[in-house]
Design a protein around this ligand. Sequence first.
Ligand code: SF4
Ligand code: SF4
Length: 96
Amino acid sequence: MKKLKGWKNIPIGGLILEAGNAKDYITGSWRTFRPVKLREKCTNCLICFIYCPDCSIKVKKDKMEGFDYNHCKGCGICANVCPFGAIEMRNENEYQ
Ligand code: SF4
Ligand code: SF4
């Protein structure tokens, strides 16, 4: 194995050349479970929107509209924090 001498010999890693480029990458493609909204139970409290780590809860005019499945990773946090049981996690295989 080649011995590194000094910082100039460290291999170049990933580079982010422009800010705000996350939307260009479909990072939800490896999801195992997908959240599904149960319309009849949702009160539009938007707690799920606050907690989603991937900003994948769609909101329009103060209403929860659904999910951005291109970026949702299926972590299930939204389903866990919803106080009304209005989000169900379903196996992604059902949608293929
Ligand atoms: S937390 Fe539950 S009830 Fe509140 S907006 Fe989200 S899905 Fe609807
Ligand atoms: S499953 Fe996770 S990433 Fe997807 S919408 Fe819910 S909280 Fe966000």
